[in-house]
Design a binder for this molecule. Sequence first.
Ligand code: ZN
Length: 342
Amino acid sequence: MQFERIPRVTRLLDPRKDYAETRIESEIRMDPLTGFSGRIAHFATGPWPTIDLEALNQASLTRGCPFCPEMLTQVTPKFPEEISPEGRFHQGEAIVFPNLSPYDAHSAVTVVTEAHLVPADKFTAKQWEDALAVSIEYFRAVRHYENHIGYGLIGANYMPMAGASLLHPHLQIYATDRPGNWLKSQIQASQRYYDEHGKIFWHDLINAEKSLQERYLASTGSVEWIVPFVPLSFIGDVEAIFPNRYTILDLKPEDIADFTHGLLHILRFMKDTNIYSFNLAFYPGQSHEDLTWVHARISFRGMINPVLHSPDVSVIRQLLDEPFTTIYPEEMTKNLKPYFRA
Ligand SMILES: [Zn+2]
């Protein structure tokens, strides 16, 4: 397992130090699975300002919310009977219905909570467990109808800075045989790794991170948590790995409970550090032959300049497809670890 870093040093005459020569470090890193590069640079971001959630809440309700309970049953679509005889899937507060703007033939939305605005630290474990379990129930119904689902993808944009068009907590879920460039590259690289080493990459990754103790966070039951060597977010990412689970339908209720346990730790960290937004994606294989253990990434999102509402995706990410992160993943691990001990 290779964790390749290319350190860089910039020499400049620094106006903040009376033009004395200053050396600024940055780093290029290669993802140990795909070889994709990313940068650790621009360390002068944060601390993050407090956001007035109540003002955001009020602004978001001026035109009503289709995911609030009083409107949901009036304005959201229902599934054809062969997918769901009742039209929608329910568990606890969570509800799954078809996405009016589908990403693929089988594409749905899971509303996580009845409440319109839920601050990061106010979610209950049951809300996330129900939302994830009922999403998987939808995939089972699709499989029953189609005999296969391809890749059962679950994603979330929590809060506007993560690209959410509505404040109301919800997931995007869809079944597809085209998993997208990122997951496709990971699966191809996992298969190459297996051919070369005779082992599952994710098995070796967990062992390598556990022995290095630089980016390993903890286990919550069966789920292993690390900070990825090459984050995708400018603030940082966290990754959960589900050992010996290959497809989204392999996830059992106890796996979901173990994942949720860790997620709640991360949500508390977010609250304490004024990180208001994250993207979440599950990366499953479509069968055991993909040789990929299910893993999920939580990618913190924010604004690069909150005063100007500048988004965190700029030319380097958007057009050069190069992620950069403003904090070393090893630092992020130190910051997050205490939350996993509580
Ligand atoms: Zn709502």
